[in-house]
Design a protein around this ligand. Structure first.
Ligand code: F6R
Length: 610
């Protein structure tokens, strides 16, 4: 949440910072701002609203210099406004600071600072840090930040520039991600990799409780006591700069939907043996016999990643016969979960920075459990804190609504399910081959599903003004229905509810009236007849039913008003095929309503606050 960019070097600071913020705007878009050390002075320009407003304002308020920081905000403390936008400064205007996270004791600090005569201009928690720096500054910004670290509580990535250290950016991290990008005679700071891709792919990830002093020709890292911690590992990111561009698509979301065949292919690459007999997961450095000793699995995740976890639960239980709970991160950590020594925790997170997922996995680690992470971001907190990591190969996901991350999480969970089943001697060779061949064929399946785009677009345009929709299905179809409903809600703002098809008659059927669109998923062959009966129940009450069924299903049109035919794969793998039309439905509904698809209201990518 919130995008942070910093730059020190010979290029135009304004250009590098704005460019980086453009790539990070998906992390927050309530307001934006920039601070530059310009002619010995800290010059700050900020504007409420989208980044474009800041860009406009900079035309009449130009800034230039060698050092600068910028921020794009997702409001937590204080409504979106020019005053509440970052960077924040102190009374003397010597320091500028941007922040991602929450300073939990800001009210007490603010009272203390006001009593000392400090004047605040914003309602934010961040501004207290700027005044606190002014209050304790002793000539050394590093020493000052050590003191700040002892006074503030909460989560933060703080990035500071100071008039007294004109070629320096100070970065400090506790629980909010921040990376340093390494250049030649220039260095960068950012809260996310996409901001840097145009300039460098070599990064240092600061760990919790670390600081960095970044200059054009050096990066020095310290602990929060100010002691040097020596050289940190440099990670090389494989994403290319184009992957963070829209590439001719009107929105990142549409581009990312269309990237799914490739993302699925890349995630499978090297993970299935050529004869389709074995799953290859060298990332799982488990001791011999460990896979067979797992007696339960807790999948922890949030939002769309949790929906992937629900599919994973079904798949692993079916193939490997291990009981699996799929838990929402924010619930799990307070639910006093029951562990056995053989419990494996699987944390699923696109960003690898979701605070609730991280907290859930930390709880598991505190209880001595092994944690496997499935994440899309190398070097993310989830990746670094887990015992083992499988990286999904979706490439950067910029749109707030997750699409290709979800399908690659599913692919990874399928691979894990087969791997566990084989390790436990539960899958006959023929069955493993059938599943692995079908998995390897999924990029083509995804490609073919995309052919239905114009039919879905027409449906979406026809129904774009409805207030309520329902998504129904049984078994795996129900898990996908939940994802379809979430997608529609978050970007089109149409109310959508997912229901287990057999459960409607216990209450929700009362909401079905003439013309209400119901999207019915009918891919689970063993539940076919039951689902058809449930569809008849809504159709009889006047619903307009759009069915998603396998190509070749000759009967489905007798029950539904309209059908989207899915290219055939195994029913177990249906979620990959059936979710894509639902992503497209949400996309076209939102775009035809004129919504800002990539940046839906009130939301932000990567939820780093609890
Ligand atoms: C919805 C969406 C969110 C995320 C959730 C978890 O489209 O993107 O529900 O799935 O915030 O994010 P990650 O996967 O980064 O942990």
């Amino acid at each position: 949440m919130c995008g942070i960019v910093g730059y020190v070097g010979p290029r135009s600071v304004k250009d590098v910072v704005l460019n980086g913020l453009r790539k990070l705007e998906y992390r927050g878009y309530d307001s934006a701002g920039i601070a530059v050390l310009d002619d010995g002075k800290v010059k700050i320009v900020k504007a409420v609203g989208r980044l474009v407003n800041l860009e406009g304002k900079l035309e009449s308020h130009p800034v230039a210099g060698r050092v600068g920081i910028g921020h794009t905000r997702w409001a937590t403390h204080g409504r979106p406004s020019d005053d509440n936008a970052h960077p924040h400064s102190d009374c003397s205007g010597r320091f500028a600071i941007v922040h991602n996270g929450i300073i939990e004791n800001y009210l007490a600090l603010r009272e203390e600072l006001v009593a000392k005569g400090h004047q605040f201009v914003s309602e934010t928690d961040t501004e207290v840090v700027a005044h606190l720096i002014e209050d304790v500054f002793n000539g050394s910004i590093l020493d000052t930040m050590v003191t700040i670290g002892k006074r503030i509580r909460g989560a933060y990535a703080l990035v500071v520039i100071s008039k007294d250290d004109p070629d320096t950016i100070i970065v400090m991290r506790k629980a909010s991600p921040v990376i340093v990008g390494l250049g030649n005679g220039e260095n960068f700071v950012a809260s996310g990799i996409p901001a840097l891709l145009e300039y460098t792919r070599d990064v240092i990830v600061l760990d919790d409780g670390e600081m960095a002093v970044v200059r054009a020709d050096s990066v020095e890292c310290f602990n929060l006591e100010g002691q040097p911690i020596g050289e940190k590992e440099t990670l090389h990111v494989t994403w290319d700069a184009q992957s963070a561009e829209r590439g001719g698509y009107p929105h990142f979301m549409l581009k990312e939907i269309y990237e799914q065949p490739k993302a699925i292919h890349d995630t499978l690459l090297g993970r299935v043996s050529d004869d389709h007999q074995q799953v290859i997961l060298p990332e799982l450095k488990w001791p011999a016999g460990y896979a067979a000793s797992i007696d339960r699995i807790h999948i922890v995740a949030c939002g769309t990643a949790w929906h992937a976890g629900l599919v994973g639960k079904s798949v692993i239980e079916r193939l490997a016969r291990i009981p699996v709970e799929a838990e929402i991160g924010s619930e799990y950590r307070y639910a006093n979960p029951i562990y056995t020594p053989g419990t494996l925790v699987v944390a699923v997170s696109q960003s690898g920075e979701t605070a609730d997922t991280l907290a859930a996995m930390r709880l598991a680690k505190e209880n001595g459990l092994r944690v496997l992470a499935i994440t899309n971001v190398v070097g993310s907190s989830v990746a670094r804190e887990a015992d083992e990591v499988i990286i999904t190969q979706a490439g950067p996901e910029i749109a707030v609504a997750s699409t290709k991350a979800y399908t690659t999480q599913l692919v990874t969970l399928y691979l894990l399910g087969v791997y566990l089943a084989q390790a436990r001697g539960l899958l006959l060779d023929g069955d493993a081959r059938e599943i692995l061949e079908a998995l390897s064929n999924l990029p083509q399946v995804a490609e073919q599903v995309l052919d239905a785009a114009s039919q879905i677009q027409q449906f979406a345009i026809r129904y774009k003004d409805v207030e309520d929709t329902f998504f129904i299905g049984r078994g795996l179809d129900y898990a996908v229905a939940m994802e379809g409903a979430l997608k529609l809600k978050e970007i089109s703002y149409i109310h959508a509810e997912a229901y287990a098809a057999g459960e409607l008659k216990h209450g929700t059927l009362a909401l079905i009236t003439e013309g209400v669109p119901v999207i019915a998923l009918v891919t689970q062959t063993h539940l076919y007849d039951k689902t058809i009966s449930n569809i008849r129940e809504v159709a009889a009450r006047g619903a307009y039913v759009l069915g998603l069924a396998w190509v070749g299903d000759a009967d489905i049109h007798k029950t539904v008003d309209e059908v989207i035919y899915l290219p055939r794969t195994l029913p177990l793998l249906a979620p990959i095929a059936s979710v894509i039309p639902l992503q497209l439905l949400a996309y076209y509904a939102a775009s035809s309503r004129g919504n800002d698809v990539d940046k839906p209201r009130n939301l932000a990518k990567s939820v780093t606050v609890e």
